[in-house]
Design a protein around this ligand. Structure first.
Ligand SMILES: Cc1cc2nc3c(=O)[nH]c(=O)nc-3n(C[C@H](O)[C@H](O)[C@H](O)COP(=O)(O)OP(=O)(O)OC[C@H]3O[C@@H](n4cnc5c(N)ncnc54)[C@H](O)[C@@H]3O)c2cc1C
Length: 371
């Protein structure tokens, strides 16, 4: 079976790897530049707890978290690049009394999902995270909230794909449609390519590529996220820190000398930011909790475009008669979910059915929602 994968982010490449290992002949079509790509600039949190409104897909997220261990081992063995998962947990920091209902809800969810948590008073936190010396009440540590370093994961995935025989073509795809039961790609050069199946995994750009009429009501848009890297050579063994009520977080990079501070949430912004003021506002907020952050050198500022759908949940499944499959819309959770999504999408393209797990994220739901 010949499958064309459009998009070389975490979702597209994970699918390509599994398709190839499943016996398909796979070609990945990727834009020559990676401007705006989310997968390589993400913080890398495998955060099941953070997204309250994602409750309809709790099971899928828990499975995605579980699958990461197997995926990290697979990448390490296939690429020779060690992919590690941070296992010191995540501190959810309570800054103000009025945020307590969020924390109570978060803790309930921890129990419901079978995760473990432990409350630390303010003065106890510093022992686990030396920067936690500022103004806050205390923090809930959730141990199962792991993280990875996307800057190690991505090259490992590229290498594993190469080893598995995946071919990459550096060319933008203009449209993906169906002709005579087959998938057809129109490339920027004007060439038309036919395949038995196509997977659209082009992140925030996915919706614009699909032939009109094939995916009623479905679209994607970007939610831009700005981040900063702060030089910090000695952070081994620190947990991640997240604020309970806001979107800010600080992730100790695995195997590198920086802390990753993120991230702004800017709806429908395609291009680069004019300045990085939104990222510096996140830094200001976190400095109240961790005053020592103000002393650290900013070594990089950057952004990525998170892919979002109209209802905010991912879209994973076949379109129309099934020759074209879509896997996108992972919004703030594509690092957590990308590897499992890629595996399930690949298996469905090769004939399996994961309807039980993927039911809530089928793209067909948008037609019934009237767009
Ligand atoms: C600042 C930031 C922090 C984040 N932190 C986390 C986190 O901690 N944990 C987490 O789980 N998630 C996080 N995310 C979200 C996560 O990064 C995304 O959900 C995920 O990477 C999306 O992967 P993707 O493969 O769908 O899209 P992308 O990574 O965006 O890849 C899509 C690819 O398709 C290519 N493409 C687009 N159009 C075409 C075309 N026409 N032809 C060919 N190729 C095309 C693009 O060039 C791109 O390389 C974060 C995102 C950002 C921006």
């Amino acid at each position: 079976m010949r499958v064309a994968v459009v998009g070389d982010g975490l979702v597209g490449l994970s699918a390509a790897l599994h398709l190839s290992r499943g016996g398909a002949e796979v070609v990945v079509y990727a834009r020559p530049d990676t401007i705006g790509q989310a997968s390589q600039v993400a913080a890398g949190m495998l955060g099941v707890m953070a997204e309250r409104e994602w409750a309809p897909i709790d099971r899928l997220m828990v499975e995605a978290r579980r699958y990461w261990k197997e995926f990290a081992d697979l990448l390490t063995s296939e690429s020779g690049i060690e992919v590690r998962i941070g296992e010191e947990g995540t501190f959810f920091v309570l800054q103000r009394e009025e945020e307590r209902p969020h924390l109570v809800e978060l803790n309930r969810r921890t129990v419901r999902l079978g995760f473990s948590s432990e409350w630390f008073e303010r003065d106890e936190c510093e022992e686990l995270h030396p920067l936690l010396t500022g103004q806050f009440i205390g923090a809930l540590l959730v141990l199962e909230e792991g993280w990875v370093n996307p800057r190690r994961v991505y090259p490992a995935l590229v290498q594993a794909c190469e080893e598995a025989g995946v071919r990459t073509v550096s060319e933008e795809v203009v449209q993906v449609g169906v002709r005579g039961g087959h998938a057809e790609l129109l490339l920027e050069s004007g060439e038309r390519v036919e395949a038995d199946g196509a997977l659209v995994a082009a992140g925030a750009w996915s919706g614009d590529l699909i032939e009109p009429g094939l995916a009623e009501g479905f679209s994607t848009h970007p939610v831009r996220g700005q981040y900063l890297l702060l030089r910090s050579p000695g952070h081994v063994g620190w947990p991640v820190v997240r604020s309970v009520a806001e979107l800010a977080y600080l992730v100790p990079s695995l195997g590198a000398d920086y802390l990753y501070l993120g991230a702004s949430v800017e709806e429908k912004q395609w291009g680069p930011p004019e300045d990085f003021s939104a990222a510096f506002r996140v830094l200001d907020g976190m400095t109240r909790v961790m005053p020592g952050l103000a002393e650290l050198e900013v070594t990089e500022r950057g952004y990525g475009l998170r892919p979002a759908t109209p209802d905010g949940l991912p879209a994973i499944g076949p379109l129309g008669e099934g020759a074209v499959y879509v896997a996108t819309g992972h919004y703030r959770n594509g690092v957590l979910m990308g590897p499992l999504t890629g595996k399930l999408a690949a298996e469905e393209i090769l004939g399996e059915d994961h309807g039980e797990l993927l039911g809530p994220v089928r793209p067909a739901r948008f037609a019934s929602q009237g767009g």
